[in-house]
Design a protein around this ligand. Structure first.
Ligand code: HAM
Length: 462
């Protein structure tokens, strides 16, 4: 259908804007993740959004839904098939190999935060462009690594105030899975009539995905199906037992879920997901991970065991809003600068910059002229002092300092304003009355809170 070229532009289906009002949630999540990453010795990596299509086909798996149905894949200008990354592990593995990170002290622990793309049917919590954060660990075959990743995710959820249930399974090694798939398909021999056309096809192509189907009939039918945990070979069994032991040791509750198979082929042994406690099917899974001990080698690197986890940012934030959990409030500015008229504005522009460079949290609304409106903004923002330059201050080369708590005003020389404010704020901090300058990183202060509408008022209302 051809679109009306004069119609207002619209978002593509499944995409969304992240508007200013949502940013405090994003900063909160990002700051929490960054702190966790530092605490657990992860270093940040960001890989390109666009990679060669064959990279994902090789790692995620040719027969998976992600590759078969959901990947945005197209020829670029040179005719090379490229894809918008549908997930993050693959790009990080490519980078690990390409940059010779095997030669660094192992384990190499990397984390990322960015947009990913899957052309799925959009619905609440499912987008075509969505955001993930992920943690990947290379060179650590020990089961303790799974537990550390699980511990980190739990620490994140608990900081955010979200309750989740940990779903855990082991998929064994490829030989285990092959044997299990045979048994699983054989079990269906006498039950094929109960499957839909699509499900029968899936039984041939990607049988394990039937296990996490959301079809209630299939769900009941599968109650009697063979379970992969019964097919584990000895090393996989021991590895899984060790993971469970660590979890028990840490008192981390989990649900042993033999139907948890994940939608990516690279997993070996342990897999897990975090579901919101009110989600019984995993449709709103907040994150998932697992071991992928053979992927580095399969993509051309030297054999390197690896394990990782990724969380869905959009879903986490939806959950926070659904539960009415608010991000912590940004600390208010310490100072607000106000000016009356054009010459004062010029002077104030410089003072604002001097105060900011001194590390003080300053807010302004330079497009406003009326003092009343500016003081209102200062009050709304919760600034402790407002520094004013009006006609008189302009002539005297001074600044008027107004204490916003008690309305007291005092005049200081323009050239001494920065030092004076530093002194006052330090004194207030020592007395425990007003916060110390520079406690908050600039990104946490949200200048959008300053209304910036055109203002008719003049210096008269000073
Ligand atoms: P995944 O389970 O496919 O795993 O994705 C991880 C999380 O991303 C999901 O639990 C979900 O919260 C979010 N997510 C996935 N698709 C969408 C979507 N269409 N809309 C919104 N959110 C979505 C992976 O991608 C693996 N790379 C995880 C991993 C890392 N395994 C080892 N290391």
């Amino acid at each position: 259908m051809s679109k009306d070229p004069t119609a207002p532009p619209q978002l593509l289906r499944g995409m969304k804007d992240i508007l200013p009002l949502d940013q405090p949630y994003w900063w909160w999540l990002f700051d929490t993740l960054r702190r966790l990453a530092t605490d657990f010795s992860f270093e940040r990596i960001e890989t390109p959004i666009l990679e060669s299509t064959s990279l994902f086909t090789r790692s995620v798996g040719e027969t998976t839904d992600i590759v078969q149905k959901e990947m945005y894949s197209f020829p670029d200008k040179n005719g090379e098939s490229v894809a918008l990354r549908p997930e993050g592990t693959t790009g990080v593995v490519r980078a690990y190999i390409e940059h010779g990170m095997l030669n660094q002290p192992q384990p190499v622990k990397l984390w990322y935060f960015g947009p990913f793309f899957r052309h799925d049917r959009p619905q609440s919590g499912r987008y075509r462009q969505f955001w993930q954060f992920g943690f990947e660990v290379f060179g650590a075959p020990q089961p303790v690594m799974e537990c550390q990743l699980i511990l980190m995710a739990r620490a994140l959820f608990s900081t955010l105030g979200l309750e989740t249930s940990l779903q855990l399974n082991s998929l064994g090694d490829p030989t285990v899975r092959e044997q299990y798939i045979k048994a699983f398909q054989a079990w269906f021999k006498t039950r094929k009539s109960e499957l839909s056309e699509d499900q029968r096809l899936q039984l041939q192509r990607n049988p394990l995905r039937l296990l996490d189907s959301h079809d209630p009939h299939l769900h009941t039918l599968l109650d009697g199906a063979p379970q992969i945990l019964d097919y584990l070979d000895e090393p996989s069994k021991q590895h899984f037992a060790a993971v469970v032991e660590y979890l028990d040791e840490l008192d981390i509750p989990f649900v042993l879920n033999p139907r948890l198979v994940r939608g990516l082929d690279y997993y070996r042994r342990t897999v897990w997901e975090f579901w919101p406690t009110d989600d019984e099917s995993g449709q709103a899974s907040l994150g998932g991970g697992g071991r992928y001990d053979t992927l580095v080698e399969e993509l051309g690197g030297r054999p390197t065991p690896a394990v990782g986890f990724a969380g869905g940012v959009d879903r986490l934030l939806l959950k926070l809003k659904e539960r009415q959990i608010q991000p912590p409030r940004a600390e208010p500015p310490q100072l607000y600068v106000a000016q009356l008229g054009e010459p004062a504005r010029k002077k104030m522009l410089r003072l604002f910059e001097d105060l900011r460079r001194a590390g003080l949290r300053v807010a302004e609304s330079m497009t406003k002229d009326g003092l009343k409106q500016q003081l209102e903004v200062a009050g709304k923002l919760g600034a402790h002092y407002t520094l004013i330059i009006g006609q008189k201050e302009l002539m005297d080369d001074t600044v008027l300092i107004r204490d916003m708590e008690n309305g007291m005003q005092e005049v200081v020389a323009y050239g001494k304003a920065v030092v004076e404010m530093e002194k006052r704020l330090a004194k207030a901090k020592a007395n425990g009355t007003k916060p110390m300058p520079g406690l908050v990183k600039p990104e946490r202060f949200d200048p959008r809170q300053v209304a910036d509408s055109t203002d008719e008022s003049t210096a008269d209302d000073a």
